[in-house]
Write a protein that binds this ligand. Structure first.
Ligand code: F0G
Length: 440
């Protein structure tokens, strides 16, 4: 997955002049009437003309990408945007409940074309759930997943187990698991599906195509996405750079990548230490200095948003390129901000896991700073489903102080301002009726 010469990640580059490229994005609308064709039904492959790395007959799809972009007036009010200006791209609707299926379908397409029999990943939970599902659904490969022991939520772990993945729990965190899976896959010749795999990013570009499609091909002012391993943000930047190159859009959105404060490598390097893409000549020394400092101080990533609990994002450089293309900004938000935003997303009618809510918390912060304007049209990516991490949700809404302290207090969360607390009532009709009259 890395270049033999420079050691950097590989990138998929198309020779567009030799390809049949649509003249307008409206070309893709004709696919809507052909939903019986899996390549038109899939939210990834109906855009195959924009990720033409495989012939049509090689495509692996399980019907992923049936996702929605919904306006959310309630969450707009919470973050300080004019009603109708905030749209939530709900990737939790994918078959495994997160955006990862976009990339997994693309990686499987490539893996099958080279005859891979085993596939592996390190994961904070969603990549592993997606890999396990695709292996089970297609029967093409055996899934081997590496997770940090105690580092992934139960929803995600249960998916990997239920779908039959060989689950390797490493005594360490995601960064350790990532290091190990790279060593193991290269030694054993196992196909690696982490987002170091450039085909994953090709699939994830389509999230942006679906956003544009839902906005009738109008480019929004902002795309806001949580940052973990930085595959999504990298893919989004590539998608927009290519669309511009092809003359299919005439302006670019700005990109905001939101780190959790306990896992804020990108924020630290980009906003505080001035690391930039710099035409591809990224200052490796600056990055190494920061990693050395983390090691010297024994600092590990730590956030309730376990999906993005990552200190060494493998796509760091590609993300710098995306930030360069889309005039990007990076922010960090605390676990308190994340959980309050998550509760607002839930109350507004969509459920997401903590990491996803970082995008909403980030928008609120950028509005307060005046970086995002009140009238800007903003799209937040809700990367994973609410049911992925019930522990965090229950702890936020609980009446039990011990549960709150154990799960959230330990992470600096002090309040649950938007908690919806269950009421305890005796098993007695009068008492139940009294309670309902009192609270509703
Ligand atoms: N949101 C969710 C729900 C995720 O699962 C992840 C990453 C991210 C955001 C961050 O996206 O890595 O593209 O910056 N989860 C990976 C995993 C690391 O193993 O499931 P990114």
């Amino acid at each position: 997955m890395a270049c033999d010469v420079c050691g950097n990640l590989l990138d998929v580059v198309y020779d567009w002049d030799r390809l049949d490229v649509p003249e307008t994005l409206r070309f893709f609308e004709q696919k809507w009437s052909r939903r019986w064709d899996p390549l038109c039904f899939s939210g990834i492959w109906r855009f195959i003309d924009l990720l033409p790395f495989a012939p049509r007959e090689a495509v692996v799809t399980i019907g992923e990408g049936q996702t929605l972009l919904l306006p959310s007036p309630r969450v707009a009010e919470f973050v300080g945007l004019s009603g109708g200006q905030l749209h939530l791209q709900f990737e939790g609707m994918n078959p495994s409940g997160s955006f990862k299926d976009n990339g997994m379908s693309a990686a499987f397409t490539h893996a099958r074309s080279i005859g891979a029999k085993r596939a592996a990943c390190a994961s904070t939970g969603n990549t592993s759930a997606s890999l396990a599902l695709y292996c089970a659904a297609t029967g093409l490969m055996r899934a081997i997943i590496f997770v940090g022991s105690g580092k992934i939520s139960y929803g995600k772990l249960s998916q990997a187990l239920d779908h039959g993945a060989l689950t390797v729990q490493i005594a360490g965190d995601f960064d350790d698991a990532m290091q190990r899976v790279k060593e193991v896959t290269s030694q054993l010749g196992i196909y690696l599906v982490n987002s170091v795999n450039p085909f994953r990013l090709e699939g994830q570009k389509t999230i942006m195509y679906r956003v544009l499609e839902a906005l009738r091909w109008e480019v929004p002012d902002w795309i806001v996405v949580p940052g973990g391993n930085l595959g999504n943000s990298s893919a989004f930047g590539k998608a927009f750079a290519e669309l511009r190159q092809l003359g299919l859009i005439d302006r670019l959105p700005r990109l905001a990548v939101i780190n959790a404060a306990g896992a804020s490598t990108l924020y630290e390097l980009y906003e505080r230490r001035g690391l930039r893409w710099n035409g591809g000549a990224v200052d490796d020394e600056l990055i190494q200095q920061y990693y050395d400092q983390l090691d010297a101080e024994h600092r590990r990533a730590s956030t309730i948003a376990s999906a993005i609990e990552i200190n060494r994002p493998v796509n760091l450089k590609k993300c710098l390129r995306a930030l360069d293309v889309c005039d990007g900004v990076v922010r960090q938000v605390t676990d308190q901000q994340i959980l309050d935003a998550k509760a607002q997303v839930g109350a507004g009618g969509l459920g997401c896991e903590p990491a996803s809510a970082a995008s909403v918390a980030g928008i609120k912060q950028l509005r307060q700073e005046g970086v995002i304007g009140a009238g800007d049209r903003v799209v937040a990516i809700l990367t994973g489903h609410q049911l992925k991490d019930p522990t965090a949700t229950i702890a936020y809404h609980t009446t039990d102080q011990d549960t709150f302290d154990e799960v959230l207090g330990s992470r600096g969360v002090k309040r649950a301002s938007f908690a919806n607390r269950a009421i305890a009532v005796a098993n007695d009709l009068d008492e139940i009726i009294k309670a309902i009259q009192l609270y509703s």
